[in-house]
Structure formats: C-alpha cells, structure tokens
Design a protein around this ligand. Structure first.
Ligand SMILES: [Mg+2]
Length: 408
C-alpha cells in the first residue's frame, strides 16, 4: 500500500483551517488538521514544500516510522510550525489505519473507557451580570462545566476571553482578521482585586455543583499567581489555567507552596519535552496539549501516558484555533484515556463548519459522544472548501497601562 498524493487546503468560515488530505493507491484517504492559529500559511507551506514530497510512495500504515522520519530525521526539531505539520500527517495516517481496520479510531487505542466525555464551554461577560447570563445560557443547554472570563471595571479594553459586545453570551468564534494586531491594555492590580469578587458572586448565584474554570492567560508574575491562587482557593475551581507563562516552569513551585488550586497548563506546548518537568514534578494537575501542534495522535498519546504515571489528567486545548479534525482526534483519545479529565469545546456547531467537515460526532448535555464510523469520523467537503480563501489575522498584542508589552 502506498501514498500517492496529498493536498493542503487553507480557509474556512471565519477561520483559516489548514486541512491535509492524504490519498493512497487503494482509494482510502486520510484527513488531518495543521491549523496554527494566526500563522496558518506556515505549516501549510512546510507540508507542501518539504514534507509531502517525502510522503509519496511511503506505506501509510507505518505511521510510527513516518513520524520518526520527520522528527528525528530533521536537524531542527520541535516548534509549533513543524509539529503542526507532523500533527496533520499523523492524524491522517491514523484515519487511514482505522478506516482500513473498519473501526472507530478509539478501538485501536484499547476501546472506550467512558460513554461520553465531559466538555467545558466558554462563558463570557463584559460585566458580572453579562457573565451570569452567559453561564445561564450554557446551563440551559446542559453544560456542567464552564470557563468564566469577566470584564474588569475601569480596564480600558476588554481583558482576555471577554467579548467586546455587551450581551454576547456565546463569544462563539473569535474573528482575528486584522491588517495588523489589535492592542489590548492589561492592569494586573485591577484584575487581582476584581476577579475574586466575581468568582464569589458566581458561587453565590450558581452554587458549588457547577464546575468553574478560569484562564489567567499567562498574565501574572510567579508571586502574583501564588497570591491569586491562594485567594481563589475557597471558590473550588475545577482548574486555574496558565497562571504564569510556562517557559519558567519552576515558577510554579511558588504557587504550589501556597495553594492547592488545581493548575492546567500546556495549550501552547508542542513536545513531550515541554510537559515532562511539570508532570514529573507534580507542578500541574491537567495537561492542555492538542493533537495539532503537539505532533499528532502518536506524540500526544505518549504525553497522555506520561501524565497518567503522575496522576495528571487531560484537558486538551479545544479553542476555535483547531478544526473539527483535531477535535475528532482528541475525542477518540478522550474516549480511551484512563486519565481523561475534561475537554474544551467550541469548534462544532455552526452550519458552515458542519458543511465543511461533515461528521456524526454528537454533543448533548455538555458531553461529547464520539462517532462509531471507521477512522476519525469526520469528512471534508472540497466543494465547500472552494468557497473560502486565506485571510491574514493576528491575536491581539497586550500592553500595560504605561505601554510596556505584556504577555498575550
Ligand atoms: Mg487557555
């Protein structure tokens, strides 16, 4: 069996999804996601110019050897661009393998450990009343877990994860299309004074059965993160996400010495070597990698097993940064993983996205139910894809009030 050709598509509804389709001489094809948010053409270029020529003629069933060929075979290793490109190839090869077996992908990992996977949605509010409406919206749909992000009074611009529009309960898919990056202003003191009060009010209104998550988005210094974690501990968060930038991994020891709040990190990690220290030193409770820019199913499954050894659970990234193909790869891992924790969920659900990526995966009552179709269980409509073109976009850039550039 041989790979005969492969194509890359860039574009999508409000998003530049990077989709890889690998064709074989037996007619079976595989699909993978290489979407690197706000840098989408780079993994696409890497695939087209460097990787696809090496794929032609290879046996697609040897997914391990192909992964090692690209990773170990390259002199320059790791990085989100290369790992997103490897991730797409790897997903597509597992898709082919499971289609050949006539099984849903999770069966190749060891079958299902659970019927449905717990999801969390993104609740957002310009102010606390808005945020309460947003949480109520998701509770009505059956969600049991929500990430809560709230506008901070007197902050000149919206803070991370907060819709610019008052009354926008969904903040569903952020459109980053801009000619140059937008700029946001951040004020740590205002945030640290206000956010605990907001959490207090949410616990008063919704009680303690609701699973509440909160994303700091790398904004705090190590001492500030420890103080904040200590203060919000009483609100029993499901997790506190990215309290500090994770390049300085030992900084989390300081937080751990002062608080037992569960910590989730890793959505920008692209290698098991980024995760290893945090997992082995028990500095985190949830690992947040994703199947796209952490090198695909082969590499992420290794990270999941390493995490399991140290009682760290999964909480895969699922922001609209990824296409439904990445979400499907993660859904199959979520169905299997003995150390599954929770799954971030935003991608599926718009008619345009469903038309581009048809699938029978279902979401009900805040749970993801994986399809039993052979393979990843997601297809790709090339005619639909022809409607979309690449549009350059950027994440915003964050500055402090005095103009200093800060962590986005
Ligand atoms: Mg996050």
């Amino acid at each position: 069996m041989k790979i005969t050709s492969a194509k890359v598509f860039v574009g999508g509804p409000k998003k530049n999804y990077v989709t890889l389709k690998i064709m074989t001489d037996e007619g079976v094809y595989g699909l993978g996601d290489a979407t690197l948010n706000c840098r989408e053409t780079l993994p696409a270029h890497y695939l087209q110019e460097y990787l696809i020529p090496c794929l032609i003629g290879k046996d697609p069933r040897n997914s391990e050897d192909i992964w090692q060929y690209f990773y170990r075979g390259a002199y320059f290793r790791r990085g989100p661009i290369a790992m997103a490109a490897f991730g797409a190839i790897d997903m597509a090869l597992w898709d082919i393998k499971a289609k050949l077996a006539g099984m849903p992908l999770y069966q190749l990992f060891g079958g299902k450990s659970r019927e449905g996977a717990l999801l969390y949605a993104h609740a957002t509010g310009k102010d606390i009343a808005d945020l309460e409406d947003s949480i109520a919206f998701y509770l009505d749909q059956g969600y049991k877990a929500v990430r809560v992000q709230c506008g901070i009074p007197d902050m000149p611009t919206s803070s991370y994860g907060v819709s610019e529009t008052k009354g926008d309960v969904k903040n569903y898919i952020t459109n980053f299309v801009t000619n140059v990056p937008a700029e946001e202003i951040w004020d740590t003191e205002k945030y640290m004074r206000y956010m605990p009060k907001a959490l207090d009010r949410l616990r008063d209104k919704f009680g303690f059965d609701l699973k509440i998550l909160h994303d700091v988005h790398h904004r705090l210094l190590p001492r500030e993160a420890a103080e904040f974690a200590k203060e919000v501990e009483q609100y029993k968060l499901f997790w506190l996400e990215d309290p500090t930038p994770a390049e300085d991994q030992d900084a989390l020891k300081f937080l751990r010495q002062h608080s037992t709040v569960p910590v989730a990190i890793g959505e920008v990690f692209n290698s098991i070597y980024d995760c290893n220290h945090l997992i082995q030193q028990n500095l985190i409770d949830f690992i947040r990698v994703c199947c796209t820019y952490a090198g695909g199913i082969t590499h992420v499954k290794r990270i999941v097993d390493l995490a399991g050894l140290h009682n760290v659970r999964t909480g895969f990234h699922g922001a609209p940064s990824h296409s439904p193909l990445c979400m499907a790869a993660q859904a199959h891992l979520n169905a299997w993983a003995p150390n599954f924790g929770i799954q971030e969920y935003l991608v599926l659900g718009t008619p345009e996205c469903d038309a581009l990526f048809p699938s029978n995966h279902t979401v009900k009552d805040g749970m993801f139910f994986v399809s039993d179709e052979p393979g990843l269980g997601v297809d790709f409509d090339e005619k639909e894809a022809a409607r979309y073109e690449f549009q350059r976009g950027y994440h915003p850039v964050t500055r402090l009030q005095d103009g200093t550039v800060w962590n986005y």
